[in-house]
Design a protein around this ligand. Sequence first.
Ligand code: CAA
Length: 397
Amino acid sequence: MTGMSGSIGIDDLAMASASHVLDLRVLAEHNGSEVGKYYVGIGQSQMSVATEDEDVVTLGAAAARPILDRGGESLRSSIRTLLFATESGIDQSKSAGVYAHGLLGLGPACRIVELKQACYSATAALQLALGIVARDPREKVLVIAADIARYPLDSPGEATQGAAAAAFLVGQDPALVALEPVTGLHSDNVHDFWRPNDRSEAIVDGKRSLGSYLRSLEGAWNDYRDRGGRPFEEIDRFCYHQPFTKMAVKAHDRLCRLAAPGLDAQARAVQLGRSLELNRVLGNSYTASLYLGLLALLQGEEGLEGRRVGLFSYGSGSVSEFFTGIVQPGYTGLVRSAEARETVAARTPVSYERYRDLHTLIDARAGQDYETVRETTGPFRFAGVQEKVRRYEPTAS
Ligand code: CAA
């Protein structure tokens, strides 16, 4: 199935989750919060929790593998660029993408780089990919977005953790979504959320981060319109970065107040479609979250072909972008609905005690050699550190 002739965009889109899951009811029982604060107030019911032998490399490679399986040898030889977006990287120098490239068995004729700007960098990767394909339409670019969202235990951010990955293929005549050229940008040097080099958990000023997100949305939207972007009425569905799903609802309310005052709550909900469904159970997946929102939107609704989707990407600190794409005919047959549902359902509930142990393990082991226990149910595992080198292997071995 091919898209509009000559268009460039997302040709395939897949996801992976960490193997464990913690229901936020369990967290509420232990920290004294009302569960309604999580289920309703922030709109989250569960979060994925990474096992000892999972990290952004194993999650990212697991997300990308089905794309390569579907595309076969001809796809493998067309991928000459792998862009790995993450803010929970495993090395300050070497790209997580190089490890993923090895696990996926891609060929040596490939440029690989890791991109970082909080939750925004997968969108930077997408924009770079569009340029690469425009220059040589024979090329396909593999973008992997993977993150493990970590906040201090017993902090307000704890309920908005998560661990998941999205992978997508950018190419000409895309099968899923053709991207349109106008984008709106907004950047601002703000300290709402950041993670200095000596820390494994993010520092966050929660209230400031919400304000900064909403101001960035207004800025990016205004820039989008100034650059000749479509009026609000011509955009059928909206997909937002989702640190927690209620944030997307708040964001859409804010955009409607600016661009479509008077639109009722039911119409606003229709415009969000089913885009919240995956993030609600996976938790925050930082760079992957917007693209998991897109996957949820596409898998949750038929009849979107030819419809325009607005996407808002926000990375604290901050950089943000509003852009649009057109859903392509035949998308329902290609979107990986069953796989996503199975991945979510296959997660193993983790006890509260084990969740806390896993949380603290990462800092306890920093700088040491160690072996991890076999725990992941994914296709690749992080085996541990030997002589300062991180070791990865297929799970089956
Ligand atoms: N039933 C229903 N709702 C309830 C409730 C109950 N029993 N108890 C509380 N609530 C509601 C509150 O009214 C509130 O709703 P509103 O915001 O609509 O008023 C909501 O639940 C949350 O309650 P609090 O504001 O009291 O929650 P908190 O301050 O303890 O924590 C948080 C919320 C600030 C989002 C915190 O989880 C946090 O710091 N998270 C990390 C930062 C973050 O995700 N920021 C998002 C923007 S930045 C970004 O997008 C980048 C990124 O990925 C991090």
